[in-house]
Design a protein around this ligand. Sequence first.
Ligand code: BGP
Length: 457
Amino acid sequence: MLPNNFIWGASISAHQTEGAFDEDGKSLSVQDVRPRELDIADFKVAADHYHRYDEDISLLAQAGIKAMRISIPWTRIIPNGTGSVNQTAIEHYHQVFKTMHENQIEPFVTTYHFDLPESLQKQGGWLNEKTVQAYEQYVRVLFNEFGNEVSYWLTINEPNVMLLADRKILGFTYSHTERYQAFYNLMIAEKIAFKLCHEICPQGKIGPVPNISEVYPGSARPKDIRAAGYFNAVRNWSYLDFSVRGIINPIFQSYLHQTGIEMLIKPEDTELVTSNFPDFLGMNYYTTVTVEMTKKGQDRTNGISDQQSEDVYEDGFYKGLTNPFLQKNEFNWTVDPLGLETTLETVNDRYHLPIYITENGLGAYDELTSDHQVHDDYRISYLKDHLTSIENAVNSGVDVRGYLPWSAIDLVSVHEGMKKRYGLIYVDRTEDDLKNLARYPKDSYFWYQNVIKNNGV
Ligand code: BGP
């Protein structure tokens, strides 16, 4: 049974929904300039949420939704990455938050969701400590401007996926050494956000928002258990141990040492890292990952793979493989609702903090009928199965306080553009035909409305 004050929400990001990519003073982010495959939509218009946010917020309120996760683009607030603040952007988000509050919707705000200002990327991005200082200035503006309108702050969306992921997220890949230099700088930036939020926003609460999922061993072979331990540390606990415990996870440290990298918390950062902690955990969950041990020099191709496993590889440590006991969706993503229950229990056991599920959803080819309906029973069963896992985790003592599924409205998928739809609300456009961008609630919207009314499935 979910608690009476359980928060029912929905989630989006700015670059995947707003459009207006160069309007009202916004500069270009790495998402605007990175190459998109020819057949998938870019972010220039997306779902035009920048101009239609009042309609979208009102539709969400009609479903009974009480929280909406959005991100604010750094490129609107401080277009050059550092320096002058764009007052038009400040005013825009004051209006957005005003509209949310008028609709009894609580904002959950991600300060940075993959859309680093290109001007900072050109100076080395997260490899450059100057980006950490720029982020400090940026979040100081957010907390001072919106601290009285926003009670739930999320720092950096999925630093683990961003750093481990393929080039589709950032448009480039880091070398091994660069990856962990960026890791350290990103995690220091997050600690600064914790510190400033607690100093500037007395009512504010803040948390990290990694993509966390249990890593399974490909067999009962001890070496595969070891491989899963390494990837669990690299993918998950390296981030959450730094955020929540202020340490470099020991298994992660061992992996780094064995791969030729020494990572210590710099003496000048020790106070910051060990004195500033989150109030809650945001957690994005889509699937679980399965790995096996690799032999040194073993070819990384393994014949069978899925979206999550294709890029999971470290010679001599782990190699992703498709879990033969789980189904995949039509975009080749493994589906594992029980994995969410397992992951929640593990995260609770490790960190003992309130958890908000800030992303969970099914990307699918949806079809709009001639009478503007979308019969997405496949999405209803995905959401129902995962909500059941959340209820089971709560019943076994995990402090889950909210569910903000991905996504409130259809948006531009990072990997597969507009055709891969996640929304509770359909947005009428295709990859290359903007049509009228009209909004049509799907069957899953009405199902979710009923779930909210009953406070659970
Ligand atoms: C998460 C991101 C979201 C969204 C989601 C779905 O990692 O936080 O922004 O992209 O993945 O993935 P995709 O858009 O590739 O379908």
